[in-house]
Design a protein around this ligand. Sequence first.
Ligand code: SF4
Length: 344
Amino acid sequence: MTEANRRQTVLSGMRPTGRLHLGHYHGVLKNWARLQSEYDCFFFVADWHALTTDYGDAEQLSEHVIDMAIDWLATGIDPQAATLFVQSQVREHAELHLLLSMTTPLSWLERVPSYKEQREKLAGKSLDTYGFLGYPLLQAADILVYGAEFVPVGADQVAHVELTREVARRFNHLHGRKVLAEPQALLTRFAKMPGLDGQKMSKSYHNAIELREAPEQVEKKIRTMPTDPARVRRSDPGDPGKCPAWQFHEVYSSEQTRQWARQGCVSAGIGCVECKRPLIDAVLEELEPIRKAASVYEEDPGAVRAILWAGAERARESAEATMQQARDAMGLSRWQSESPAPMR
Ligand code: SF4
């Protein structure tokens, strides 16, 4: 492939948290599906990252890895179009992380905004570890080891890409050659999928609909999700602005259905059960092909593992090319090219 027709590289990863939900689908996976047709994409399961905060809770990690990969595949993330792999199967991430840790000042890591925020958010966990402080550097290694040109991020993660750029610049400067390419943030407006209670959809808030959830369960969850709390009786007019189900209409319904719901709500012309019917139908319709595709992989987890192994092999090939240059720049491979002195 010539430089002219080489596609630019995008890297993105997700921590393995088990089965994915509609928030992941609307927020990340639909974007990945689009990116894989435009860029050379590396999508990885960030299992080492999961250990930076959940090191004491690693028992379910391998199950979570496979579950997440099944959901990626079922939503159209295509192993022929993108490289899908598990971070810990490509040891070059760890090697570059180690080499970068030699030259990265501690203060750069301490000032990453999410370091303080996460420590406060996860106050119940003991996070006085190097792994936790160093995770933005591991992230930098994840990106730099593939020479990724773009990293899709929301506005709150731009600081991580900026740190990666600084780390690359420092490395190149100290070693007098351009080994590591500086990535750009591919600023992405992640579609927000509200949870059943109107907060952000998240497993830990218990307000999520999983992609492989049984249809009866999905229907029940939407039927019983909260509405405008002031609309106690069917005859009380409601306010869509105070109703989590209305936020689902904003994601799923046409303008015509939204008008019908809004009008029916403020005039008490329709009841909440009636108002939620089009939402139930739309979510079930969206999830049906995903559930079907996932069931094929559920029956054959060996095929999922094979996809991840093949992806790791492709990823290693690309990562190894960067590592050879990085080792060489740090003087680690020079002695290997000289023939050993004869033994006496
Ligand atoms: S009618 Fe619809 S928008 Fe109004 S409160 Fe009920 S569910 Fe919400």
